[in-house]
Design a protein around this ligand. Structure first.
Ligand SMILES: *Cc1c(COP(=O)(O)O)cnc(C)c1O
Length: 471
């Protein structure tokens, strides 16, 4: 970490720095020689929390301890000065860093960077929305009054909260233009929206709830040819099915709240970035290690930090991510096939269905991680996640009647749960953006979003069947 290069180092501080450099060198060795050689499941289960960490520092606790303390005490002023200048690893103050969130960050950095030749790092955030804010804010600097307003280019098919953040908070309140891409599979449309004041490209995939998709590698190449970074919201896929950084993206935002914390215990987020990313702003530190820079500088000042209790609860959920995403994806496929053949259903949108317009594109990118090492499969297999949507025949009133009839499936504005949940986006997640915004994002009023959980799929199908029968 060299975030404050202007600090004068005394010999007392140097003693602590040398000690910690030995520790950091050992950690690097452990990451490269041990952890990076593990399969995905082992990384998800252990992350960077090792037996030796536990024995040395944490009374042998086999689960990462929850550190509730607001701050760390130092042996003397030299250690304090070195820590607060970020010359040694520190838990100085829990808004900035905390041991529990440290393990959460490493697990996510390693999962999202699985299979990527370079290095990744992660900044934990209090929610998915604050992850998006954390990721985009550094690029939207306007340093001189004379500067022309800056802009960015983003997929119109995105989460309702993202639409609000970009439209209201940035466009309306800060004169920062968000240029919406209506057809994200059309590279010319992306290219036509980029000019000299563009700061980054942003894409959500698969998008919530419309399952929009785009060719990550092609959009990343386009971004890089203009010296811009590509930021992806990869919440719906999770790193068990898709890792955008492996395909050229620079930064990934996750609403960790969703499938990564499938138990539904609380809100949390993360920004994961490759080191040495491409951007047209002059901040070398930010480009060298984006996540650490936003964590220790920007977010220290804004304060959207994650609570340590949440960090450890989420770690427990993430350990079984791969097998859960596999199970829930397979069940969703069965549910989608059932709905597709039902006479009361107008259309079904699921990336796993061969007639979905993005099926071929999604099949190039969405693979169950490590399926080739799985006894059951022994070869790569596509998995498309557990989010789907469908439209009920006969319009909004009938869709609501069907929705009200559901008995096993929960009516909730939520997704990614171990329990099946459904919502009507037009009256919930995408209500605030109005009819015109919904039309642009392709959200008809009779659309139901369904996220299939880990129940037996026959029970979910039975619930859908009785709800459709009673419209
Ligand atoms: C839910 C969601 C968000 C926002 O995350 P929170 O954790 O609710 O703040 C962002 N992007 C996508 C795709 C989401 O589904």
């Amino acid at each position: 970490m060299s975030l404050h290069d202007d600090v004068e180092i005394t010999s007392g501080m140097q003693r602590y720095i040398d000690q910690n450099n030995r520790y950091l060198a050992e950690r690097d060795r452990y990451i490269h020689e041990v952890v990076k050689k593990w399969k995905f499941d082992t990384i998800a289960v252990h992350g960077l929390y090792s037996v030796s960490d536990a024995i040395k520092d944490y009374q042998g606790a086999i689960i990462e301890p929850i550190f509730m303390s607001t701050s760390q005490a130092y042996a003397d002023s030299d250690e304090m000065a070195a820590a607060l200048a970020y010359k040694i690893p520190t838990w100085c103050y829990s808004r900035i860093a905390n041991p529990s969130t440290y393990y959460y960050e490493w697990t996510l950095a390693l999962m999202e960077g699985y299979g990527f030749a370079g290095e990744t790092s992660c900044c934990s955030t209090s929610s998915g929305m604050s992850a998006i804010m954390t990721a985009v804010t550094p690029f939207l600097q306007v340093k001189n009054k004379a500067d022309e307003p800056c802009n960015f280019v983003a997929t119109a098919q995105c989460y309702g909260g993202t639409f609000q953040q970009f439209t209201v908070r940035f466009m309306q309140q800060r004169n920062i233009e968000c240029r919406w891409v209506l057809d994200a599979t059309n590279l010319d449309e992306w290219a036509s929206k980029i000019d000299k004041n563009t700061r980054f490209l942003y894409g959500e995939l698969p998008s919530n709830p419309q399952l929009g998709f785009f060719d990550i590698q092609a959009v990343a190449d386009l971004a890089h040819s203009h010296s811009l970074p590509l930021i992806c919201d990869s919440t719906v896929a999770t790193p068990a099915l898709l890792r955008p950084i492996c395909h050229g993206a620079d930064i990934v935002v996750q609403s960790v709240t969703k499938s990564l914390t499938s138990s539904g215990f609380g809100i949390c987020g993360a920004v994961i970035a490759r080191k040495n990313l491409i951007a047209n702003i002059d901040d070398e530190q930010l480009k060298a290690d984006f996540s650490l820079s936003v964590k220790y500088l920007q977010n220290r000042d804004f304060g959207p930090n994650l609570h340590p209790v949440q960090a450890v609860m989420t770690l427990n959920d993430m350990r079984t991510l791969r097998s859960k995403m596999d199970l829930m994806s397979r069940s969703t496929m069965q549910v989608a096939q059932f709905l597709e053949s039902h006479p009361q259903i107008e259309s079904v949108q699921y990336l796993g269905l061969p007639n979905h317009k993005h099926h071929d594109l999604a099949s190039r990118y969405m693979w169950l991680v490590d399926a080739e090492f799985d006894e059951q499969y022994g070869k790569p297999v596509n998995r498309y996640g557990h989010l789907m949507s469908f439209c009920v025949k006969g319009g909004a009133v009938r869709a609501r009647s069907f929705f009200d009839n559901l008995q096993r499936i929960w009516r909730a504005t939520d997704l990614g749960r171990i329990k099946s949940v459904a919502t009507i986006p037009a009256i919930s997640t995408h209500q605030q953006q109005g009819a015109a915004g919904r039309a642009m994002a392709n959200i008809p009023p009779n659309m139901v979003r369904l996220c299939v959980g880990a129940e037996h799929p026959s029970d979910i199908i039975a619930d859908l069947e009785q709800a459709l029968d009673r419209i």
